[in-house]
Write a protein that binds this ligand. Structure first.
Ligand SMILES: Nc1ncnc2c1ncn2[C@@H]1O[C@H](COP(=O)(O)OP(=O)(O)OP(=O)(O)O)[C@@H](O)[C@H]1O
Ligand SMILES: [Mg+2]
Length: 450
């Protein structure tokens, strides 16, 4: 149609235009089936490539973070064995993408060549003026190249839109509750006591909503009480902490801190009000001072005082830059024990009312462990402490022990009372540590009861 129309209105000079229009029309028309086939395949291959790249990248990142541990345990070959199939999978889809590009490129070039050949044959047979044919072939070859680039880029554009598709899928992932709620501003000093109440809390993880992890858990922890949480592995200890921080929302029931239902608070308010000392203590890059007092609210004297309390004053005073000593990424230039003691110092500095420890002393040396125990007993008076512990000497002297069994709260009493029962979870765990250690733990429990 376009060809006929242009031929009609342009006369002799329009002959050039007519030939170009014909050229473009023919090219696009003949490219179309190959283009739609290539685009559909290339897009899916790109999707596969993106999907296979994620596990590879996360494996590399996890391995590089845990390099010391992997080398220490001589597990290089095991990690290599996990890595190679991931590289293969990623390369397979990438290789197919490159092949698809070659396939399409080859067809584009062949089609272009066929069209040039057809023009030349028209010229040779005298059907077209040879000067016009020469001119058309020169321009046509250039045009062919441009068209190829355009179509290849069109394919690339469509394939790369897969990234946008993945981003929009991430955007649709249900997000957490709001970080700030109107009620937050009406509770400036919350929590001022540190009482915790769980009221008939049921909890399950969103991935498996049918499987209840916490089942009808109810207890009250008074202000300033130190509570150790025990239970076999998988009994729901860490999950209970997750609900306290609202990392996972309870299915039903309520959690109250100082009488305030935490489900009505903004997540920022809740999470900044509870101090958490994780199993693997991580510090931020900066200085000792910036880690202990990120908002610069305290004097140097106050910082030295808390360092004294956790037994780190001498160590920090011995460093060349003292409070300005550099803390490398994650706190790698400090031992695990020192990192945890620094976190303890931060808690004391903030005068937090609620502290959660998840097996906080499991990775520290004996001396740091001793310092942590002293610090907990002496300096944390008036602070409510919830401690998930496998090492029972840490919690045997606490005020209360909370025993979980498959998500059910089976016991909540003083260590001495639980040790007096024959079948309590705590007693079973204590007895399992061996007769000598059990005697020591009994002593700790009795002393704390007096
Ligand atoms: N993110 C999660 N998604 C789904 N299920 C989970 C998740 N985290 C834990 N679980 C399941 O919840 C149950 C309780 O796990 P949890 O980590 O709370 O146990 P735990 O008492 O802390 O164990 P451990 O002493 O080994 O740390 C386990 O059966 C576990 O499989
Ligand atoms: Mg746990």
């Amino acid at each position: 149609m376009v060809y006929c129309y242009l031929a009609f209105i342009n006369g002799y000079y329009g002959h050039f235009i007519t030939i170009y229009a014909h050229w473009i029309w023919r090219s696009v028309y003949s490219y179309f089936p190959a283009l739609s086939f290539y685009n559909a395949s290339y897009r899916e291959l790109k999707r596969l490539s993106s999907l296979s790249k994620s596990p590879l990248l996360s494996h590399i990142s996890e391995t590089s973070h845990g390099l010391d541990t992997i080398r220490a345990y001589g597990l290089q070959s095991q990690f290599e064995a996990l890595l190679l199939p991931k590289i293969d999978l990623c390369n397979q889809s990438h290789l197919l993408m490159v092949h698809a590009q070659f396939w399409f490129n080859l067809r584009l070039k062949l089609l272009g060549c066929l069209l040039v050949l057809a023009l030349i044959l028209l010229g040779v047979n005298g059907l077209l003026n040879s000067s016009i044919v020469g001119f058309a072939v020169t321009i046509g070859l250039q045009l062919n190249e441009e068209l190829n680039t355009f179509l290849m880029n069109l394919g690339l554009f469509e394939a790369n839109m897969v990234a946008v598709e993945r981003l929009s899928a991430y955007i649709k992932i249900p997000s957490e509750a709001p970080a700030i709620c109107p009620i937050d501003s009406s509770l400036p000093n919350w929590p001022c006591l540190g009482t915790i109440e769980f009221r008939n809390v049921y909890m399950s993880y969103p991935r498996n909503p049918e499987r209840l992890i916490l089942k009808n858990v109810s207890f009250v922890i008074k202000a300033g009480e130190k509570v150790g949480i025990v239970g076999r592995t998988g009994s729901g200890k860490s999950s209970m902490m997750d609900t306290l921080f609202r990392i996972v929302e309870p299915r039903s029931g309520a959690i109250l801190i100082d009488g305030q239902d935490i489900s009505q608070l903004g997540l920022s308010k809740l999470r900044e009000s509870i101090e958490m000392i994780p199993q693997v203590a991580i510090l931020f890059s900066g200085t000792i001072q910036s880690n202990l007092d990120p908002q610069n609210k305290h004097t140097a004297q106050e910082i030295w005082d808390v360092l004294e309390k956790v037994g780190l004053r001498q160590f920090v005073a011995g460093l060349q830059d003292q409070l300005d000593s550099v803390v490398e990424n994650g706190g790698q230039n400090f031992s695990a024990g020192q990192r945890q003691l620094l976190l303890f110092a931060g808690v004391l500095l903030k005068k937090a009312k609620l502290v959660v420890l998840d097996e906080a002393s499991s990775s520290v040396d004996v001396e740091s462990d001793r310092l942590i125990q002293i610090c907990l007993q002496k300096e944390f008076s008036g602070i409510t402490v919830l401690c998930v512990a496998h090492r029972l000497d840490m919690i045997a002297g606490f005020d209360k022990i909370l025993g979980l069994n498959q998500g059910i709260l089976e016991e909540f009493d003083t260590p001495a009372n639980l040790l007096a029962q024959t079948n309590s979870i705590f007693k079973q765990l204590v007895d399992a540590t061996g007769p000598d250690n059990a005697v020591y733990l009994h002593k700790l429990a009795t002393v704390s009861n007096q």
